[in-house]
Design a binder for this molecule. Sequence first.
Ligand SMILES: NC(=O)c1ccc[n+]([C@@H]2O[C@H](COP(=O)([O-])OP(=O)(O)OC[C@H]3O[C@@H](n4cnc5c(N)ncnc54)[C@H](O)[C@@H]3O)[C@@H](O)[C@H]2O)c1
Ligand SMILES: N[C@@H](CCC(=O)N[C@@H](CSCO)C(=O)NCC(=O)O)C(=O)O
Ligand SMILES: [Zn+2]
Ligand SMILES: [Zn+2]
Length: 410
Amino acid sequence: MATQGQVITCKAAVAWEPNKPLVIEDVQVAPPQAGEVRIKILYTALCHTDAYTWSGKDPEGLFPCILGHEAAGVVESVGEGVTEVQPGDHVIPCYQAECKECKFCKSGKTNLCGKVRSATGVGVMMSDRQSRFSVNGKPIYHFMGTSTFSQYTVVHDVSVAKIDPSAPLDKVCLLGCGVPTGLGAVWNTAKVEAGSSVAVFGLGTVGLAVAEGAKAAGASRIIGVDIDSKKFDRAKDFGVTEFVNPKDHDKPIQQVLVDMTDGGVDYSFECIGNVSVMRAALECCHKGWGTSVIVGVAASGQEISTRPFQLVTGRVWKGTAFGGFKSRSQVPWLVEKYMKKVLNSTNSFSPAFLLFAFLPISHGFLLPKGSQEIKVDEYITHSLTLGEINKAFDLMHEGGCLRCVLEVHP
Ligand SMILES: NC(=O)c1ccc[n+]([C@@H]2O[C@H](COP(=O)([O-])OP(=O)(O)OC[C@H]3O[C@@H](n4cnc5c(N)ncnc54)[C@H](O)[C@@H]3O)[C@@H](O)[C@H]2O)c1
Ligand SMILES: N[C@@H](CCC(=O)N[C@@H](CSCO)C(=O)NCC(=O)O)C(=O)O
Ligand SMILES: [Zn+2]
Ligand SMILES: [Zn+2]
């Protein structure tokens, strides 16, 4: 490869300061060092967590930085000792690493990994605590260990999922964050059972993926809660069966839901990042067993509260990161599930069917009946180029936008 071992100069969107428009710069990207992978990013989507860090409210936000964490691309080169991927492999960068060796990875209790988190939280690479990005000699911080708003990025090898090369990268880039987070919150974190009642607070991409996951799990009622009633029509396609707009009620929203469900829902999911709504989501759960999962990311300084009596009387409060999915092991499997949907939409019966039917077992866990396929295209409402990234951030704040995918090398 001509670029292997060389510094690559390419375009990237740099966040120089919180809340100031991103600037497309010529960025120098250093070669990967031992245990690192340089990726040519082909498509990246925007997630609300990018906007959150850009806003300056993320205690881990460092500037200048290159944001972005929901993307797909091709390996350009690898550093010494990297064995699991090679140049040309199609990959999804994973902000939640999976080293398979640390105490988190080996616990069998969590998808969090401790191997590189101390570096990714401060915008550098683990080996030398330096950045691989610079603009005219000035270092630019990494973000979430991914920094995908760049034509090339460098990530740790434990943060790369190798995927089926036939998967369309302009679609499966979404499997880097929002969609798996919602599905996994239901399947891995809450473990919703068939017949359950579910409340979803916030009907953006993450909330809709929760609804999709709950439908696949066989939930009997999926109640969508949003302050924007325009969200309701689209949400039906993702499995939401009933809608509540808190603005239409004088009572607290938790009381509205308790009244609707004979004492409360079995499961609730907060997919907004609002601590008052997190409280409501807990308190709308049924006494004795209701479980509430926090998915939304709240700003620095925000804290959750409730009467301890809510927990004493059997409600459970949980949270989820990346939906509890183990990134390197399970992102390729999510891609396969999406590809099954693509195949099925072109062939009424495919021999691949049997293979896919057994994949959940071969991957060590069982999926709810009916969840063999997952939506991805349906979450993509806009497509732009990297150069239009500021417009893409503006779109995020409009009700009609779920995910906007940027073509990084137009
Ligand atoms: N835990 C994780 O691993 C993880 C992963 C991805 C995203 N997130 C977080 O999940 C959250 C949702 O992400 P998204 O991309 O779906 O966001 P989004 O902005 O598209 O969706 C949020 C929805 O909440 C609605 N809303 C806002 N205030 C409300 C209120 N008071 N009551 C009811 N509805 C309200 C909005 O109208 C919108 O439809 C964000 O906080 C994001 O940072 C967390
Ligand atoms: N720096 C932030 C962390 C926010 C946060 O919780 N991030 C989620 C992923 S959001 C993706 O859109 C996460 O995975 N958390 C676990 C981790 O970061 O290790 C803050 O401090 O608020
Ligand atoms: Zn995200
Ligand atoms: Zn680990």
